[in-house]
Design a protein around this ligand. Structure first.
Ligand code: NAI
Ligand code: MG
Length: 355
């Protein structure tokens, strides 16, 4: 038959990860039925802080090699107060992002229909850009050390790592994306304060940029850029940033698009030698976990990004359209001022997919 099979590893993780992932899988299943073009062959993994408490690790020793056989990974959120955050992050998420060379972290920032941005003068669609965050090196290097801990003479050092290869490839990817979009690329820098890494970052940006004379190019210090996200967010198309800067900018992006419950992301290995991973920006939200009130939009939008990556942008768009139709109908979870549950919101999305 003409149905394409895609192997999918599902890691719900912790807290609301379970709630939003199971709802998103319902939607994906429905979409694949209507489409008839693909089938997701799903396998579940219970790797999480719960798993850590039983086994002393976030995933089995051969976890990465198990995952390497899959085409994509669909993840909820990882982290819980029972395990220190650096343990859960370095034990699962970062090994996946790095081990699978997912050097592009793509995060769309868009005001959806039916959503009121805290920037009240902007309406649906007025803000519509994507942040491309470098995802494998930069400030999150795991290189450094501590001397004389706990004493008045304590010294800690955390190094950043910027390689020419790593910097070039993420910028080239961002330029290519800008070329298919509104042809505008903005890079986040801080070459005044970080006087080795960021001048290098800027130099690579200008070098790669010469290959893209059709793309409008600008460099802003990240602090100024953060303020422009608030004062003129409509002016951005594609924004490329280092790991730390991208991390911070995208939480701000999540806020101006209406909240963390809406923010989706993709960790992409562009050469497809390894699986790519799709996860919302938000965490496990321990404060609302288990109450069936988490907003599933971020996870659903993440599912759309996954379908885009797998080659089904039309089906992906069905999901985003159904989300917007649901929000426009006033159906919202409590974080957006509504009364819908995670489950009932998803039911409403399901009923708005093409028949
Ligand atoms: P968080 O994103 O889990 O929660 C921040 C606030 O936003 C909370 O008030 C929460 O209720 C709310 N929120 C988040 N997602 C929501 C949703 N879908 N619907 C409604 N409200 C939502 O961030 P926090 O509290 O800093 O971290 C909690 C745990 O999650 C920590 O262990 C952290 O390490 C982990 N984490 C994991 C991430 C990942 O797996 N990629 C990302 C961020 C945090
Ligand atoms: Mg973050």
């Amino acid at each position: 038959d003409s149905v394409n099979h895609h192997s999918l590893a599902v890691i719900p993780g912790d807290g609301i990860g379970h709630e939003v992932v199971s709802e998103a899988l319902r939607v994906l299943q429905h979409v694949q039925q209507i489409s008839g073009r693909f089938q997701l062959d799903v396998q579940h993994f219970d790797w999480s802080c719960q798993y850590y408490l039983r086994h002393g690790r976030m995933m089995p020793e051969d976890g990465l090699s198990t995952l390497s056989g899959f085409e994509a990974i669909f993840l909820g959120a990882v982290g819980f107060p029972t395990v220190p955050d650096h343990v859960s992050l370095w034990g699962l998420l970062l090994p996946i992002r790095r081990g699978f060379d997912q050097y592009v972290n793509l995060r769309p920032v868009k005001i959806l229909q039916g959503i009121e941005s805290p920037l009240r003068r902007y309406k649906a669609g007025d803000i519509n850009f994507v942040v491309v965050r470098e995802n494998t090196e930069g400030e999150y290097s795991n290189i450094g050390g501590a001397l004389r801990p706990g004493t008045p003479d304590e010294v800690v050092i955390q190094n950043s790592v910027f390689t020419r290869k790593g910097t070039e490839r993420v910028m080239r990817w961002a330029f290519e994306l800008a070329r298919t979009s509104r042809k505008r690329l903005t890079a986040a820098t801080k070459s005044n304060g970080l006087n080795y890494s960021m001048p290098f970052w800027d130099e690579v940006f200008r070098q790669v940029g010469r290959e893209y004379p059709d793309v409008d190019q600008s460099l802003y210090h990240v602090d100024a850029l953060a303020s422009y996200f608030v004062t003129r967010p409509e002016s951005f198309d594609v924004v490329v940033a280092s790991n730390l800067f991208g991390d911070i900018l995208t939480d701000l992006g999540g806020a101006i698009q209406g909240g963390l419950g809406l923010a989706a992301s993709a960790n992409i290995n562009p050469d497809r030698r390894f699986p790519s991973m799709f996860e919302p920006v938000h965490g496990s939200a321990p404060d609302i976990a288990g109450k069936n009130i988490a907003n599933p939009v971020a996870q659903l939008w993440t599912a759309k990004l996954m379908l885009d990556h797998l080659g089904y942008p039309e089906e992906g768009q069905w999901i985003l359209d159904a989300i917007e139709a649901t929000l426009l109908a006033g159906i919202k979870t409590p974080d957006l001022g509504g009364t819908a549950t995670t489950h009932s919101f998803t039911d409403a999305v399901l009923s708005r997919l093409p028949a």
